[in-house]
Design a protein around this ligand. Structure first.
Ligand SMILES: [Mg+2]
Length: 222
């Protein structure tokens, strides 16, 4: 039997193009606190961090109580937007086909490591028919924010795969730094929310069709 290998996926900006709903939920959260939302590019730069860490960066001058209210307002806005508009947050082109190829390999396990909450991830997986696809699902509720390696280390431990046989797929420096801190390989995607040249992954891909080959190149076809 071939050694198991593990592909860990980031969600926002990697699997799902969620920028429209993230920006809309941010707008509602800032409005609820009578604050001016930072520019869109700044908002997108924090996607992938936990919400507490994200607001600490977006509004460093506000106090902890207000940041807590912003986090709660954002979560509620996000869920109500999701319930209202089924068109928001499509998968990136080719994501489903790439997942199906990897899922069809009996030596390849799939995992998620996301700054989303459990509730937020469940909604995304349900909407796109991906419930049960991932063998390990790591969310922000029980881990420190990326780039802390906790989510990757837990995914490796849960699946029993060695670090040498694991790779992280992501669109931000937070994903790449998290993976490197955990001692695993990195695949960057150029279609996400951080400039591609900032990622410095082991392999950069420009389309999902390139993912199975990149995984084979980094952690072995055998
Ligand atoms: Mg991301």
């Amino acid at each position: 039997m071939r050694d198991l290998r593990l592909v860990i996926f980031d969600v926002d900006g990697t699997l799902v193009d969620s920028q429209a709903e993230i920006v809309a939920a941010m707008r509602l959260a800032f409005a609820a606190e009578d604050l001016v939302m930072p520019p869109r590019t700044q908002v997108l730069s924090i996607v992938g961090l936990s919400l507490a860490e994200a607001f600490a960066r977006l509004v460093p001058a506000t106090d902890a109580a207000q940041r807590h209210r912003l986090v709660e307002a954002y979560k509620n806005a996000f869920v109500s937007l999701r319930n209202d508009n089924k068109e928001m947050g499509p998968l990136f082109p080719g994501a489903l086909a790439a997942l199906e190829i990897l899922q069809g390999q009996d030596h390849t396990l799939l995992a998620v490591a996301t700054g989303k909450s459990r509730r937020g991830l469940d909604k995304v997986l349900d909407r796109h028919g991906l419930t049960g696809v991932f063998h390990s699902e790591q969310v922000a509720d029980h881990h420190p924010s990326k780039p802390h390696p906790a989510m990757v280390l837990t995914a490796i431990a849960e699946t029993g795969v060695s670090a040498e046989r694991a790779v992280m797929l992501g669109d931000t420096t937070y994903d790449m730094d998290m993976a490197r801190a955990a001692g695993i390989k990195t695949i960057g995607v150029s279609w996400g929310y951080h400039p591609a040249e900032t990622l410095k992954p082991d392999i950069m891909i420009d389309e999902f069709a390139a993912l199975p080959g990149a995984v084979d190149a980094l952690i072995g076809a055998e």
